[in-house]
Design a protein around this ligand. Structure first.
Ligand SMILES: [Zn+2]
Length: 401
């Protein structure tokens, strides 16, 4: 079934209710369209419609552009979809941040041990946006396991999108025997929040035709980021990636190698075959586990200090060493977070000049890892403007960023 065959307006068909929303054409002349389909009529109790059941009923929505081909299906409960779709309509009208597809710096090819993977076709610089892509399937954690619902949601995709989705690896888990759920389980990235509303912190699992091809490495060279303002997933290079190198992300952020391997086994039913683990000696593993634990400990301690009247006495030299460990372990979000929290701690202790120095480190790291549109960058900027205003009021010349 193609969404393009549906007529505008509300219509009932086979127990499903469809209503279509046309969104205004965007600058490029392309109009996005979201179609919401409630899978089951909500049940009536004593002749009265049951509102709770209506909101919890399985629901999916398709997204198509001007050609009418449904290139995305969004599945969850009616309540979840009603919460996120008004924001999604707005986000999907915005073009992807990377514009033209042709300049992509990677190819999909056979990896040594992990099936298909992504490979750099030229030098990709640290902080570069490698790819931005809309998900093909966005599924809530509460997606219905009912086979007839999942059949309908999968059938709602256009033939091309469905064929590409079905080409992704399927989970071998017997509980996830449906082709839709099996593919979501091992190819999706946890994505969210879906809206700007802090009360609606709904997280979805996003599965992509290209992004989902990236293999795991315990120290991946790229970072996945969900961009809620455009409803797309992105990979940013965490460091320079030479031509020919495989582009990898970390599927798990567990601190020790043993915990990461256990997580890989539990979710993906496979051993970790990553290059970092293959190359590491037992001594490397011990050192890496220790460094990661220390980075996490300092990050968490700085975080709790924000809400306490006690000011931690950690020196700038120690903080610098922790940042080096974070960089070595590829923990670039922790790196940025530590620099940001250090700046806030040092505002009280050392004053705005030192705080501003650390804030610049944080901003640079956030932009490199998450992109300049990330929410974290806007938070850093608020503090940057505050500190520069304080300094300017004292007659000093400072600008931000
Ligand atoms: Zn590994």
């Amino acid at each position: 079934m193609k969404s393009g065959s549906r007529k505008k307006g509300s219509k009932k068909r086979g127990g499903a209710t469809a209503c279509q929303v046309d969104t205004p054409a965007v600058k490029s002349g392309r109009g996005s369209r979201l179609t919401l389909v409630c899978h089951e009529e909500y049940k009536r109790k004593n002749g009265q419609p049951n509102e709770m059941l209506r909101l919890l009923s399985p629901c999916y929505c398709t997204y198509s552009v001007d050609d009418g081909e449904a290139r995305m299906v969004i599945a969850g409960t009616r309540l979840e979809l009603e919460c996120i779709l008004p924001f999604g309509e707005f986000a999907l009208q915005k073009p992807l941040p990377d514009g033209d597809d042709k300049s992509k710096p990677f190819r999909i090819g056979e990896s040594e041990k992990q099936g298909l993977g992504m490979f750099a076709t030229r030098l990709i610089r640290a902080g570069e946006l490698i790819i931005a892509e809309r998900p093909t399937v966005l599924a809530s954690k509460k997606v219905s396991p009912e086979p007839s619902f999942n059949d309908a949601a999968l059938a709602a995709l256009s033939d091309g999108a469905r064929a590409s989705f079905m080409a992704l690896a399927d989970s071998c888990s017997p509980e996830l025997s449906h082709p839709l759920l099996g593919r979501i389980a091992i190819n999706s990235f946890d994505s969210g929040p879906m809206t700007d509303d802090e009360d609606t912190l709904v997280e979805f699992a996003a599965t992509y035709i290209t992004l989902s091809r990236a293999n795991h490495d315990c120290v991946g060279n790229a970072n996945y980021q969900w961009l809620k303002t455009r409803w797309c997933g992105q990979f940013f290079a965490k460091r320079d990636i030479p031509a020919g190198e495989e582009i990898t992300v970390s599927y798990t952020f567990a601190l020790t190698q043993a915990d990461r391997h256990a997580a890989m086994k539990e979710r993906y039913s496979c051993e970790c075959l990553c290059k970092t683990c293959s190359d590491a000696t037992p001594e490397d593993v011990r050192r890496s586990d220790q460094q990661r634990k220390m980075v996490a400990h300092v990050r968490d301690a700085l975080q709790s200090a924000l809400y306490s009247s006690l000011c931690p006495t950690v020196s700038e030299e120690s903080l610098q060493r922790v940042l080096e460990h974070a960089q070595e372990e590829g923990m670039m979000i922790s790196y940025a977070t530590i620099a940001f929290l250090a700046s806030r701690m040092l505002t009280k202790r050392e004053g705005p000049v030192v705080a501003l120095k650390w804030l610049k480190v944080a901003r640079q790291a956030y932009v490199t890892t998450l992109g300049k549109e990330a929410w974290e960058v806007s938070q850093v900027d608020k503090h940057g403007w505050f500190l520069t205003t304080v300094l300017r009021s004292r007659g000093a010349v400072y600008s931000w960023p």
